[in-house]
Design a protein around this ligand. Structure first.
Ligand SMILES: Cc1ncc(C[n+]2csc(CCOP(=O)(O)OP(=O)(O)O)c2C)c(N)n1
Ligand SMILES: [Mg+2]
Length: 556
């Protein structure tokens, strides 16, 4: 019998999580979570003790950034088809609340996060004890499952932590085999009571079993709502590829000879049907005329970027939706069909091969897009995006911030070759400007190549604490390009801009006057300022060796 049941339980939990495939742990410091911290210090060291699992441990001070770091890791792993939960460990109290923004994004994006929140034991809750709050179930409907785990007791036989771990992992990855598992990945909270003592006991690591909660037998995977849905025959179709669409969107468009309007994070911006200049086109009179002649809109993935696309969807005479992401049930109400995945029949064409007549519609879109192209100034957001894209090669990964950054890329990115589409990643679940540096760092931590990130100045400042990567931590190779235009300039293009200029500036643009070079110096992060496309190209020429900031100065 151990004198320290908390330490024993924590070791079993970490071992069981690892046995169920959890490889990455992000830990924030605290005393109540101490048992887990001690266990993870061992498992995450370069030389773990006998019997301990090997895990990737990342330690961060700020729980809000830590949670986005975990989200970035989960995002990058999911891109490789590797859906494994990333665990985050926090102490009790406000620490837990700081996880909320990333949990919301993970919920909407369908990414598996395991929130291991330490708590006081029941006798210390509701009696005014320090750093104690109602944190069980605090994430409400934003988690797939939440568990309240009573404090380990002296003399308790092992096994309880393993069961919790198995169930938590299976809920987070969206195992559809149980009623309480939703079939779609997402966050899970495991609230863990720990009673003193919370310190290390130097105990041995247990052998843990792999527990499968699912009944045996074949798994019915729901792929579509309702009957199989062939696409109605029409020459005037359009395929919209939103976030998470995948290459299948290109194949659907090419099979029918329909124009493909593909957002940067769709993974489908390629091939002969792709109309890269669609944003400027849909904003032009010629584009609006073309849009009126559309009979069928096929939406694959979840588009979030431009009003032209929203209008096309809203006015679609016939709308077919597939792969609308984790919240596929929230697809537009007027959709004829909503499919969880793209039916194979959509990528096949009945009857003859496409002839010139079939391609006339597509060619009309392509030539109209060329004419609608809005000339680009030599220096500005689009020039930055263009320079960045021109310098990126095969297999490159770029994280895009919300607001002007992702939209600049959407406006100017070309159609790539289908077998050589660079990867763009963004938090489009809720399109927040928060946690972007940390998300990018998470992506960089698991990426095989150095990663690039592009974001606005307000977005950068929002998560500037994410720059804090302690000297004992794995140093990611990430170059952050910040477009510094002195505030949130997206708003000057929206309806708010008609208010008096000084009001708009103060309450929407929010000028900050921050000196990004000094901030970087404070965090020990390399910084370069550039004021032209040529200087930016030179700054991007060599891959980053660590964490670096390139400030593209766009104001004044
Ligand atoms: C967490 C969060 N808070 C507020 C917003 C609203 N918002 C959208 S864009 C934006 C300004 C972004 O400014 P910046 O990063 O400089 O990009 P720019 O608009 O200049 O391209 C704000 C505050 C948001 N999306 N997310
Ligand atoms: Mg800005």
């Amino acid at each position: 019998m151990s004198a320290n049941p908390s330490a024993e339980f924590a070791r079993e939990l970490v071992a069981a999580l690892a046995a169920h495939g959890v490889e990455d742990f992000v830990l924030c410091p605290g005393s109540r979570s101490g048992p887990l911290a001690h266990a993870l210090a061992e498992a995450g060291s370069s030389n773990p003790p006998l019997g301990a699992p090997r895990v990737n441990l990342h330690v961060r001070i700020d729980e809000r950034s830590a949670a986005f770091l975990a989200l970035g890791i989960a995002r990058a792993r999911a891109l490789d088809g590797d859906v494994k939960p990333v665990a985050i460990v926090t102490t009790s109290g406000t620490a837990v609340g700081n996880l909320f923004p990333a949990v919301m994004e993970a919920h909407h994006s369908g990414l598996p996060l395991l929130l291991l929140t330490a708590d006081r034991p029941s006798e210390l809750r509701g009696v005014g004890a320090n750093q104690t709050t109602d944190q069980v179930g605090i994430f409400g409907t934003f988690v797939r499952w939440s568990a309240e785990v009573p404090a380990p007791m002296p003399g308790e036989s092992p096994g309880r932590a393993s069961k919790v771990a198995a169930r938590a992992v299976q809920s987070a990855v969206g195992d559809s085999r149980r009623d309480d598992m939703t079939g779609s990945p997402g966050p899970v909270q495991v609230d863990l009571e720990f009673r003193d003592p919370l310190g290390s006991d130097g105990g041995v690591w247990p052998d843990v079993p792999y527990i499968d909660f699912s009944p045996s037998g074949t798994i019915p995977i729901v792929t579509e709502a309702g009957a199989p849905a062939p696409l109605p025959p029409t020459t005037h179709g359009v395929v919209i590829a939103g976030d998470g669409a995948g290459d299948v969107a290109r194949r659907v468009a090419e099979a029918h000879g329909w124009p493909l309007l593909a957002e940067p994070t769709s993974g489908a911006r390629s091939g002969v049907a792709c109309v890269p200049g669609y944003v400027d086109l849909l904003g032009s009179a010629a584009g609006r005329k073309l849009a009126e002649r559309v009979h069928l809109v096929v939406v694959i993935g979840r588009p979030t970027l431009s009003r032209g696309i929203s209008a096309l969807i809203a006015h679609a005479p016939t709308l077919m939706v597939a792969r609308h992401g984790a919240r596929w049930r929230e697809a537009p109400q007027h959709a004829e069909r909503v499919m969880r995945d793209v039916p194979r029949s959509w990528t096949e064409r009945d009857g003859d091969a496409l002839d010139a007549g079939d391609l006339a519609w597509l060619n009309e879109w392509k030539s109209a897009a060329k004419s609608a192209h809005v000339p680009m100034p030599a220096w500005g957001r689009r020039a930055v995006a263009q320079t960045l894209i021109a310098g990126s090669g095969e297999g490159d990964v770029t994280v895009l911030g919300s607001s002007g950054s992702i939209r600049a890329v959407d406006r100017i990115a070309p159609a790539w070759k289908a077998d050589n589409v660079p990867t763009f990643i963004a938090n489009r679940g809720l399109s927040g400007i928060d946690g972007t540096i940390s998300t990018a760092l998470g992506v960089a931590l698991v990426s095989r190549k150095p990663v690039l990130a592009l974001m606005g100045d307000v977005t950068f400042l929002h998560d500037v604490g994410g720059l804090l990567v302690g000297p004992l931590e794995t140093q990611p190779k990430l170059r952050i390009v910040v477009m510094n235009d002195g505030g949130g300039t997206i708003f000057s293009g929206l309806e708010h801009a008609s208010a008096p200029a000084e009001y708009v500036e103060r309450v929407f643009t929010t000028p900050h006057g921050a000196d990004i070079a000094s901030i970087c110096a404070g965090y020990g992060v390399a910084h370069t300022a550039v004021r032209s496309a040529e200087a930016l190209a030179a700054a991007l020429a060599q891959p980053p060796v660590g964490l670096e900031v390139v400030e593209a100065v766009l104001q004044g």
